[in-house]
Design a protein around this ligand. Structure first.
Ligand code: GRF
Length: 212
């Protein structure tokens, strides 16, 4: 398959999620990686893979809209089919989210709609949840609130520490995010007016991959 489907990845940190995309033979071209922070490992990973990088430092901006407008300009110069958030620690403005409707995805480390926001692993452990996971979702203007297309679900083990739980979740994220991106690139998944469609049929809920 030709890699004519173009993605741009946005990140703010270590970039293990980006690495999983680089290491998986995805039917896509990763055109660029954009970070809002300089000197992060995610940028090194991109450079090592010969992917164009951009740093757009949010501390140089006094308001979100101006930052998002410049971010949009960089993304659009690559004519991206899909914008992939991979640990991008910024809230995006309504205008930005609307501009990429159906073409902007995120991975959030919880079984959405449960545990939106930060520190999900700790909160899941504190609540004594038997199950935890991660969700790939389309981004809308509600934080971690867009339609979910794919989830990895796994048990919280009695022996789990915060670190072991986070590591087990990340390992599965590195499987499901590339899978979701492939489905989008192959045209199998589409966000329509009435929800997500897969293989031409409206989905009644996310695809759930169980790792029990
Ligand atoms: C992932 O765990 C993802 O769920 C969250 O941010 C993390 C990114 O990790 N959105 P990394 O920087 O890719 O290692």
């Amino acid at each position: 398959m030709s890699n004519s489907y173009r993605i741009v990845v946005l990140l703010s940190g270590s970039g293990t999620t980006l690495q999983s995309m680089i290491d998986t033979e995805l039917p896509v071209k990763i055109c660029a990686v954009i970070s809002n922070k300089p000197d992060i490992m995610g940028l090194d990973r991109a450079r090592d893979a010969n992917i164009a990088t951009h740093v757009l430092d949010h501390t140089n901006y006094t308001n979100r809209e101006d930052f998002d407008r410049d971010l949009q300009k960089i993304i659009d110069q690559y004519q991206a089919d899909l914008v992939v958030l991979a640990g991008f620690m910024r809230i995006l403005s309504d205008g930005f989210v609307k501009h990429y409707k159906g073409k902007l995805i995120n991975i959030h480390p919880s079984l959405l709609p449960k545990y939106k926001g930060m520190h999900t692993h700790q909160r899941v452990m504190d609540a004594g949840e038997p199950l935890h996971g991660s969700s790939v979702h389309f981004v809308n203007s509600e934080l971690d609130g867009g339609p979910v297309l794919l989830q990895a679900r796994l048990p919280v083990l009695p022996t789990d520490s915060l670190e072991s739980l986070e590591l087990r979740i990340k390992t599965k994220e590195h499987l499901i995010y590339p899978a979701a991106i492939s489905w989008l690139a192959e045209g199998r998944i589409k966000l329509k007016r009435d929800g997500i469609h897969m293989d031409g049929k409206k989905m009644t809920g996310p695809v759930v991959m169980d790792y029990m």
